[in-house]
Design a protein around this ligand. Structure first.
Ligand SMILES: [Mg+2]
Length: 276
């Protein structure tokens, strides 16, 4: 009996010893440092670039200057069109700058949630992307209607319209706003505009703003489709830069899975980084 007891105590001590040798291993300095990085820290450079770099500003002007050149060419063609002309534009990061929202997430170490987003939208404090108001007003002056197709919720229509109205955007009325109701895909909303209008140009910061071919595609496919449609960019499709978020991240980088933990996303980013 006594021997049995000693054997059990020794076994328990060995097990305890194993545990104490494992614990420091799990908390090596490398891992601690890696996972102690605040959730939004990887966003810092992207948000700073959008907020402060003159290069971001220049790219926006480049996009809208190109759009104006293209529109002038389209309008100079003396061809009969059965329907009035229209431009379809996305809103967020295409004509409205929401970078302070992303800045706040970093500052408060929070992840994106619908609740945080709707609080920001309610403030109506998003500013205009450089060149956007001037270009869309120019389109109006030339008789081209502007339709806003956005994945802001239908519940956010009034504050969205008010934010745009204050900044001087044209066509601020219910007819010209197609908010998200059932689906994130903008295909059916583009088709609705095409029933009555000849859509000659689309403006967006996300490829799915242009064509349903880009809906829910992997990084590889997104790049292949862009290559196959290369002649549309700067022509029918006017692309704005957005380094902060988009399908390139959610559908591409994270494979359309919205349930990864922050640690898993960190691992995915490291695993997919291209180096040599
Ligand atoms: Mg957008």
């Amino acid at each position: 009996m006594k021997n049995k007891l000693i054997t059990l105590v020794v076994a328990a001590l060995i097990l305890a010893g194993c545990n104490t040798t494992q614990k420091p291993h799990e908390n090596t300095q490398t891992q601690k440092t890696k996972y102690d990085v605040p959730a939004g820290e990887h966003m810092m450079q992207a948000v700073l670039w959008q907020e402060l770099s003159a290069e971001h500003r220049a790219l926006c002007y480049q996009a809208f200057n190109t759009a104006k050149l293209r529109l002038n060419i389209i309008l100079s063609k003396k061809i009969h069109r059965a329907k009035p002309l229209a431009i379809v534009t996305d809103i967020d990061e295409s004509i409205l700058d929401n970078s302070p929202f992303n800045g706040k997430l970093i500052q408060e170490n929070k992840e994106y949630t619908g609740k945080e987003w709707s609080e920001w939208v309610k403030l109506e404090k998003a500013t205009a992307i450089p060149g956007a108001v001037e270009f869309l007003q120019y389109a109006k002056k030339r008789g081209v209607e502007v339709f806003y197709i956005t994945n802001r919720s239908i519940k956010q229509q009034q504050e969205t319209m008010e934010n745009l109205r204050k900044l001087g955007f044209p066509y601020i009325d219910n007819k010209h706003f197609l908010m998200k109701e059932n689906t994130s895909s903008k295909k059916s909303r583009r088709e609705k505009v095409r029933e009555t209008h000849d859509v000659v140009m689309l403006i967006g910061d996300n490829l799915a703003d242009f064509n349903h071919l880009f809906d829910n595609q992997s990084t590889k496919n997104r790049n292949l489709i862009v290559d196959s449609l290369r002649n549309e960019f700067g022509s029918k499709y006017i692309m704005l830069p957005n380094p902060m978020y988009g399908d390139w991240e959610t559908k591409g980088l994270y494979d359309g899975n919205y349930h990864w933990t922050e640690h898993q996303r960190d691992s995915i980013r490291h695993a997919k980084l291209i180096s040599y």
